[in-house]
Design a protein around this ligand. Structure first.
Ligand code: NAI
Length: 252
């Protein structure tokens, strides 16, 4: 793939899982990378000597503005924004209280809104930009017991489509990547939850999630990152407003 040398990427939730895989792929392609998240120790360890990092909670608009401004100071602007930070709390619909509902919307959807508002002006001024939102197959179809998460991720897909049209003629593309069950901490938590509520073994719980994927396996973080990297290339300039499932054919 072509080099991203000279580009600066800002990856939210970048210290772990899919976010870290995206950051490493972008960095390997030559981009300068800033990781953003809530845990300074985890960020520092993930960034090592070659990437920058900044603390922020993506659901806190002033913190997001300050973090993007601090990151932009490193190179003058943000060229690539990967909106990856997310949480996937589960509960049956009638046990989904207002606090859980609000948290899912604030982090998964509000975070994309706040970070995109902060990063977009610099991209428009430069006439080049990439916003890649890590949504989910839960943004394209329904799943039991995650109504709030599903609603938020469907919102991310809608926001992606609307913003993509607004900026289409200005050198900026906005796309969503929609992973199926991917082998990260989020799936580990889901597995623990299944074990606790159903009495299944860990292996059985993992297999039940993998069974949703026609390839009968969990997606890897690197597979998601590869799609993000492709969308950030000049060669992908005509891909805009899309929500691309990385899920072995689970949704089509
Ligand atoms: P993860 O738990 O390793 O990553 C989520 C990251 O977001 C963590 O670093 C976490 O600290 C950070 N984060 C959470 N709330 C935050 C907040 N308020 N402000 C800043 N950072 C925050 O799990 P994973 O799987 O890597 O998740 C990354 C994204 O992928 C999420 O948006 C998730 O919804 C999405 N996804 C994951 C799937 C999976 O099966 N693992 C499937 C589909 C989508």
């Amino acid at each position: 793939m072509a080099s991203l040398a000279g580009k600066h990427a800002f990856v939210t939730g970048g210290a772990t899982g899919i976010g870290l895989a995206c950051a490493q792929a972008l960095h390997a392609a030559g981009a300068q990378v800033t990781l953003a998240g809530r845990n300074a120790t985890a960020l520092q360890a993930a960034a090592g000597a070659s990437m920058g990092w900044v603390c922020c909670d993506v659901s806190d608009p002033p913190a997001v503005q300050a973090a993007l401004a601090a990151a932009a100071e490193r190179s003058g602007r943000i060229d690539i924004l990967v909106n990856n930070a997310g949480q996937a709390a589960s509960a049956p619909f009638l046990k989904t209280d207002g606090a859980l509902w609000q948290r899912m919307l604030d982090v998964n959807l509000g975070g994309v809104f706040h970070c995109s508002q902060a990063a977009l002006p610099g991209m428009l001024a430069a006439g080049w930009g990439r916003i890649v939102n890590i949504a989910s197959t839960a943004g394209l179809t329904g799943y039991r017991y995650v109504a709030a998460y599903c609603a938020a991720k469907h919102g991310v897909v809608g926001l992606t489509r609307a913003l993509a049209l607004e900026v289409a003629a200005q050198g900026v593309t906005v796309n969503a990547v929609c992973p199926g069950f991917t082998d990260t901490a989020i799936v580990a938590e889901a597995v623990a939850n299944i074990v606790q509520t159903t009495g299944r073994t860990t292996e059985q719980a993992r297999a039940s999630l993998a069974a949703a994927n026609p390839q009968q396996r969990l997606v890897t973080p690197d597979e998601v990152a590869h799609t993000v990297l492709w969308l950030c290339q000049d060669a992908a300039a005509a891909i805009n407003g899309q929500s691309i499932a990385v899920a072995g054919g689970e949704v089509m």
